[in-house]
Design a protein around this ligand. Structure first.
Ligand code: NAD
Length: 487
């Protein structure tokens, strides 16, 4: 007999306890070898004074089991509460968010009967690092941080996933025609790592047209790997195309642990009425069983679930008088799934047990290559309330001193000095680029950090309000900062 896997279970808020009870009943009836430890997270815990929504005992359980099956929780509005999901992702290093989306036609109405797409979303970086600042009265900023190790982990995960699940193609989506450094890195890493997977077809699409095509002809996609924000959006788009977001589960995978949950929220509007659809959480539980290597049980549960849907036993959210046989409660739906354990669906494609579907190999240790980093200038961002950029330009050109030269001033990325256009709309936020005085217009030469500090000192003395600086570097002789539009 298979040894029981310890898992941590959080029943959540709203409909959470109802759908969790029924999900665990089904898992038990299907013979899943599990030893659940129950923890409290969410609303009660927030209100008890833990701003992250999780207390120390829950962490202890997670450290023991490293696997969390979680029902949705209610995040109280306001009051400085932090998103529990973000805390769990960051603390457990859950770098991959995996959302398989498959149509259940004809059991569930959809315009895309052949849709079968897995979205693999980077889960830790990008704009979701949550580093935001207001810099001037006019301008706020959110930092988009993308790292090479972060890109390598998620891209390798996507290719490994494709291989283990018998998928044929991986499509990468970014916006690297605009964000050449951040999105460009993700795309470049995709191409580098892709070379090690010649058995998998691979392509790259710009996220805007890629999303449009996904929404129009999703059946042409297989596995999609993308960055955090884009993945957040397209995973909901594709889940909705299957007919209902209420049917999908997702996994959050890291080297140190994994979290499985439905993609919907705690639905307080229908809580306590035994009418919620437990399918999303049940799908999450199927993903968990695969992660634990209990593939046979995963297939039994999934196929029984397909049979119940195929037989037209539908909870209120997917019930349609034309296609459904009966409207069932949450408990009634779970009963229907349990009755069908051991059966295989007739119309819907049965779930196939793969040989290698358990957790992907842990990420490869990141090797940092030696790189020569050379300082060649600085962007000094200033608040300035004037309107004529030439006036600011002349002041700063004088302050540049003999060793540095003011090369360009931009406003929201557009060149306004020298030779700006009077039509350009300007805010109070100016980026002033200084480089070595001795360089030719398109060349770069070393600048000492002391010169950068001395420049800022002169500017401050002259009442220029510096709000931040970014050093300009060459890495192994290559420019790795963007040019201003018109530079
Ligand atoms: P929601 O997903 O809870 O509800 C949206 C609509 O879908 C509601 O009409 C609801 O009744 C319905 N619905 C959702 N799940 C259903 C199910 N299983 N069966 C039948 N109908 C279902 O989204 P919301 O109303 O925006 O959010 C409610 C709360 O959930 C908020 O506090 C939000 O912060 C939280 N939330 C939590 C998670 C999570 O824990 N992962 C995710 C999203 C939202």
């Amino acid at each position: 007999m298979q040894p029981k896997a310890r898992i941590t279970v959080a029943a959540g808020d709203g409909i959470g306890p109802e759908i969790m009870t029924q999900t665990l009943r089904i898992l038990d009836a299907a013979g899943a070898a599990l030893e659940p430890e129950f923890i409290h997270v969410g609303e009660q815990v927030y209100r008890a004074g833990h701003a992250s929504g999780i207390g120390p005992e829950a962490w202890e359980s997670l450290q023991r089991t490293r696997v969390l099956l979680k029902a949705p929780i209610t995040t109280p509005l306001g009051g400085g509460y932090k998103s529990l999901n973000v805390t769990l992702r960051k603390t457990l290093g859950l770098y991959a968010n995996v959302r398989p989306c498959r149509s259940l036609y004809p059991a569930v109405a959809t315009r895309h009967p052949d849709l079968d797409v897995v979205i693999i979303r980077e889960n830790e970086e990008d704009l979701y690092a949550g580093i935001e600042h207001q810099q001037t009265p006019d301008v706020v900023q959110c930092l988009k941080l993308v790292s090479r190790p972060g890109c390598e982990k998620i891209v390798r995960y996507a290719f490994e996933y494709a291989r283990r699940h018998g998928r044929k193609r991986v499509t990468c989506m970014t916006k690297d025609n605009i964000m050449k450094l951040t999105d460009g890195l993700f795309h470049r890493v995709f191409m580098e790592i892709g070379q090690h997977y010649p058995d998998i077809e691979q392509d790259h699409q710009i996220i805007d047209i890629g999303t449009a095509r996904l929404a129009d002809t999703p059946e042409q996609y297989d596995v999609v790997v993308t960055m955090n924000l884009y993945g957040d959006i397209i995973s909901d788009v594709v889940a909705q195309l299957t007919g209902s977001v209420g049917l999908a589960g997702s996994s959050n995978i890291g080297d140190q642990g994994a979290l499985f949950e439905a993609i919907h929220g705690s639905a307080p509007d229908i809580a306590g009425r035994d009418i919620a659809n437990p399918s999303g959480l049940l799908q999450a539980a199927v993903l968990m069983l695969i992660h634990l290597g209990q593939n046979e049980v995963a297939a039994r549960v999934h196929n029984a679930w397909l049979c119940a849907l195929e037989d037209g036993l539908h909870t209120a959210d997917v019930y349609r008088p034309e296609t459904s046989q009966a409207k069932v409660t949450t408990t009634g739906f779970a009963d229907a799934v349990i009755e069908r354990l051991g059966r295989v669906p007739q119309q819907l494609r049965p779930f196939q047990v793969g040989q290698n579907m358990e957790r992907a190999a842990p990420s490869v240790r990141y090797e940092r290559a030696p790189v020569v980093q050379q300082l060649v200038g600085v962007d000094v961002f200033v608040r300035w309330d004037g309107t004529d950029p030439a006036q600011l330009g002349q002041q700063l050109a004088t302050l540049a001193g003999p060793l540095l030269r003011l090369k360009i001033i931009t406003n929201r990325g557009v060149k306004v000095y020298p030779d700006g256009h009077p039509e350009t709309f300007c805010t109070d936020h100016w980026r002033c680029r200084f480089v070595a005085a001795s360089t030719a217009p398109d060349a770069y030469a070393s600048v000492q950090f002391g010169q950068v500090l001395a420049l800022q000192h002169r500017m401050a003395e002259d009442n220029v309000l510096i709000i931040k600086t970014e050093n300009l570097y060459l890495m192994d002789g290559q420019r790795v900062f963007s040019l201003g539009q018109g530079e």
